[in-house]
Design a binder for this molecule. Structure first.
Ligand SMILES: Cc1ncc(COP(=O)(O)O)c(C=O)c1O
Length: 473
């Protein structure tokens, strides 16, 4: 997506995106329908200036009447707008709907944020290009299911098989019955917590961690035991002492591009962690939500569950496809399945069929190019954010993550809460470090900045961040 809204699409680039004409339909219809598909798929963004009719005629080798008719058809259906003096622009009927970030606890007291505030509380990217067409195809295949009841509490059998196959390919042999499909990784964590915890049971959780995960497990645990983790990785000694002293029965980690630190545990760290869990007979709760957000060439170790036999792994598509799909899964060792199945049924009767079909369509389709584009965009945003913060705030330090969606900055002074308050005044929303603490406080010298917004927005965000820091420090 190298032509963000308000940029110009050249005729040559559009012709490459359009591909060869379809001789089976009138040329104007082919042009209008294919261009509409590019707009609904996010490959040509709302607001992009389309090539002039004359330029497109020259590049496509079609007649002027054909191009004029196609543009008129697009305008009629709301997929293009003619603007006085600035040609024709691509449009989504009704305009794009932004926002919809995952809610993190609102812990920044003070005045309400200005209406043009930039929201850095959420680390969820917009949809992968091409997703809208996967919905169209899934809507066609849902017809095969409507004569049945439509309840699949553990997931569509075909999707469970695809997900099991993916685990097996990553080095963790998995049968489809070891998979339960859910409405998101967070629901998966809530199901796992209900199955594994309960009165008198404790969970050891790395700190910092993703606050949503904490919110999902805390109501089921009699105690949350924090275990420190850093952007350099885990310290096996901390795990041994936390497990020995707390008697926790469950241990939770985000092994792949940890949220917020970005750390990817290497095979040796996984082995050591697995050894500690076995020594204290704990069940591992592993969150793999970010595993597909690989930004630099790194070798991914086998899944953490391959190093520890008694584990529940949770994952989902919100970071690799789109949060709006609300599809996640659980992969568990066999002995844990009956408890998980009961917990699953106590929380709901399954995920929607249509969305499961969208995910299956995507995972079995030829979407390599769209995945690369999605990740390239995120990588570019990471690099823009990194460069901007390093330039504006040279005393801040972070370990550059090779994947995931956020930078975890070490501040030269313990002022994270004040910084978050000042940032709000400057029109920038971001949670203080304490939101990521398993104990709910501390981490004052830390702040998380996700890189899911467009590069230009991130640059403005860093200007505001620098102003806020000048007032906070
Ligand atoms: C580590 C982690 N787990 C789970 C989630 C939420 O996943 P889902 O949208 O699939 O419920 C997030 C979202 O930011 C996350 O970072």
């Amino acid at each position: 997506m190298d032509h963000p809204a308000n940029s110009t699409l050249t005729a040559a680039r559009l012709v490459r995106l359009l591909g060869p004409p379809d001789p089976g339909v009138p040329a104007y219809r082919w042009l209008a329908d294919t261009l509409r598909g590019l707009v609904t798929d996010g490959l040509v963004l709302h607001g992009t200036r389309l090539p002039s009719e004359r330029a497109l005629v020259a590049e496509l080798g079609l007649s002027r009447t054909t191009v004029t008719r196609a543009y008129a058809a697009l305008r009629e259906r709301g997929y293009a707008e003619a603007r006085q003096g600035s040609g024709t622009r691509a449009a989504l009927p009704g305009g794009p709907v932004t926002g919809g970030g995952e809610p993190l606890p609102d812990v920044v007291p003070g005045r309400p944020a200005p209406s043009d505030a930039i929201d850095l509380t959420s680390a969820a990217p917009p949809a992968i290009p091409g997703l809208a067409m996967a919905y169209v195809r899934a809507a066609e295949s849902v017809a095969r299911y409507v004569s049945g009841m439509g309840y699949y509490p553990y997931g569509l059998p075909s999707l469970r098989a695809v997900l099991a196959q993916r685990f097996t390919e990553r080095g963790l042999a998995t049968d489809p019955e070891q998979i339960i499909v859910t409405t998101g990784a967070l629901e998966s964590a809530a199901v796992a917590a209900r199955a594994l915890l309960g009165p008198g049971r404790r969970i050891a959780v790395e700190t910092p961690t993703y606050p949503g995960l904490l919110a999902a497990v805390r109501p089921e645990a009699s105690r949350v035991v924090p275990v420190p983790v850093s952007a350099e990785g885990i310290d096996p000694a901390s795990w041994h002492s936390a497990l020995a002293s707390s008697g926790a029965q469950v241990a939770s980690v985000i092994a792949d591009f940890q949220n917020p630190t970005g750390n990817l545990l290497d095979a040796q760290a996984r082995q050591e962690l697995g050894r500690a869990w076995r020594a204290y007979d704990v069940v591992g709760l592993i969150d793999e939500t970010l595993v597909d957000v690989v930004l630099d060439p790194v070798e991914l170790p086998p899944p953490m569950a391959a190093f520890a036999p008694r584990t529940v792994t949770v994952g989902g598509v919100s970071k690799s496809m789109w949060g709006g799909l609300r599809i996640g899964w659980i992969r568990a060792s066999r002995e844990l399945l009956p408890g998980l199945a009961r917990a699953r049924l106590s929380l709901g009767l399954g995920a929607p069929v249509l969305e499961q079909l969208v995910v299956e369509d995507w995972l079995t389709g030829d979407w390599g190019a769209a995945n690369i584009e999605h990740l390239q965009r995120i990588r570019q945003q990471r690099d823009v954010l990194l460069e901007a913060v390093r330039t504006a705030l040279p005393e801040w330090a972070c370990v550059v993550p090779t994947g995931g969606l956020s930078l975890w900055w070490h501040l030269p002074r313990s002022r994270s809460t004040v910084l978050a308050q000042r940032a709000r005044d400057e029109g920038l929303l971001l949670p203080p470090g304490s939101v990521f603490a398993a104990s709910g406080r501390g981490l004052e010298p830390w702040i998380r900045t996700p890189y899911v917004l467009q590069a230009e927005t991130l640059r403005v965000a860093v200007d505001r961040l620098a102003r806020a820091w000048a007032r906070a420090a």
